[in-house]
Design a protein around this ligand. Structure first.
Ligand SMILES: Cc1cc2nc3c(=O)[nH]c(=O)nc-3n(C[C@H](O)[C@H](O)[C@H](O)COP(=O)(O)OP(=O)(O)OC[C@H]3O[C@@H](n4cnc5c(N)ncnc54)[C@H](O)[C@@H]3O)c2cc1C
Length: 388
């Protein structure tokens, strides 16, 4: 392939992974991100990186050892509780379990960003539109007035992707579930009951359309999500009465769980959950494709979003390095990515519905976490076997 002009829109895990693996194959690209700088925004909570997807991409990127140096295998600990505060399951991972260790999203993004040439990331570039350009290329218009033409535009611009509009009219819609984010700093010293509740990993409590989730991040931070089936504008409408409204929603829950609502160190943050129609496909178009949430935004139940974003990026980069033309690379990539992500998105959206189902808790819904870990490792071995 002659030197193509490759523009990656979005410096999230998907876009940065694409750039990193392209550069390992000697292919230059430019990553454009709306953020003013790497650390301009809070990067959110903890992510489990699965052996059969995210870890494969990190290995291809030559970053797996750096990942494991930062990762928290003990974060695979999971506690399930009912609204009365009864512990239903307390899963502690086996020693050396590496099927899905945790990492802070900010740490992962920094690891990926620092693995590419700093001059190849253009911060402060919010894409406004993709238009037809000269020589069959695509003209990119950024909100800061910059324009550029690319032979290939990779939309890694997340849930509200601008690049997606060049391929499909599909838009994310509200799932009917909103999360209110809470957080706790220096939890072991300052919030011992929250530390006890979260343990080394995660605590999930759900029932009758509501949920309280807490997750341990690095450095004694804990993030929590208080979830409910509510109208999209519930948070804004609650205004100054938000705390009272939350306490009313959880009035019949155990005090140890309600502490997650009352003891937050910071302001409550509105996190409504959106998803794209699934399975989503689009007719192949020359010179443009999508990776990650831009292609398949799904409910965060299953923890697949960031893992698929990184695997998408790795596979697209590999196809670009190996295929004779950009279009053959896009076709090869999309012919794997679309049929893989569709059923996973359907499953994740269904899992959200089940987790927030109204009615009594069904013990049959308790997952087998050891089998889940085994599944990641078996599928990872299968993936490596089929690409040999
Ligand atoms: C509450 C919650 C919990 C989650 N938990 C998990 C989990 O446990 N496990 C998991 O795997 N996933 C989880 N996810 C999903 C995960 O965060 C995403 O799937 C993942 O970050 C997607 O990566 P991405 O690179 O595709 O997009 P993003 O990480 O969203 O990155 C997109 C980038 O594009 C930039 N951008 C956006 N628009 C433009 C534009 N117009 N021009 C230029 N730049 C632009 C943004 O600034 C951003 O840097 C969760 C999501 C939520 C909301």
């Amino acid at each position: 392939m002659t030197t193509p002009r490759i523009a990656i829109i979005g410096a999230g895990p998907g876009g940065l992974m694409t750039a990193r693996i392209l550069s390992r194959h000697g292919i230059a690209s430019t990553v454009y991100d709306a953020d003013a700088a790497l650390e301009a925004r809070n990067q959110g909570g903890t992510l489990d990186i699965h052996a059969d997807t995210g870890q494969i991409a990190l290995r291809d990127a030559g970053l797996i050892d750096d990942f494991f140096a930062l990762a928290r295998p003990e974060g695979q600990t999971k506690k399930l509780m009912d609204p009365a505060g009864t512990v239903l399951v307390h899963h502690v991972p086996a020693d050396g379990e590496d099927a899905a260790p945790e990492i802070d999203r900010g740490q992962l993004r920094r690891l990926l960003a620092e693995s590419v040439d700093a001059s190849s990331i253009a911060w402060g570039h919010k894409l406004g539109a993709v238009e037809s350009g000269e020589d069959g290329g695509r003209l990119l218009r950024f909100d800061n007035g910059v324009t550029t033409t690319a032979d290939l535009v990779i939309g890694a611009d997340g849930a509200w992707s601008t690049v997606r509009q060049a391929l499909t009219d599909a838009r994310p819609s509200y799932t009917g579930v909103a999360m209110v984010e809470v957080w706790f700093a220096d939890v072991d010293a300052r919030h011992p009951q929250i530390a006890e509740l979260v343990g080394d990993g995660h605590m999930f409590a759900n029932g009758d359309g509501r949920a309280i989730i807490v997750q341990r991040n690095s450095n004694g931070h804990v993030r929590g999500y208080v979830g409910m089936r509510v109208e999209r504008d519930w948070f804004d409408r609650s205004g100054d009465g938000l705390r009272a409204a939350l306490l009313q929603e959880f009035a019949d829950w155990a005090p140890d769980l309600v502490r997650v609502v009352t003891d937050s160190d910071g302001e409550y943050i509105d996190r409504p959950l959106y998803a794209l129609p699934a399975p989503l496909t689009w007719p192949h178009a020359p010179g443009v494709t999508l990776v990650g949430d831009a292609a398949h935004l799904m409910a965060p139940f299953g923890g697949d979003g960031v893992n698929l974003a990184m695997l998408d990026g790795a596979e697209l980069a590999r196809a670009l390095a190996e295929e004779p033309t950009i279009d053959q690379a896009i076709e090869r990539y999309e012919s794997t990515m679309l049929p893989r992500s569709g059923p996973i998105a359907v499953g994740a959206n269904r899992a959200l519905d089940e987790f927030f189902a109204r009615g009594e808790f069904d013990p049959a819904d308790i997952p087998d976490f050891d089998a889940e870990a085994q599944g990641y490792k078996l599928r990872a071995a299968e993936y490596e076997r089929t690409r040999e």
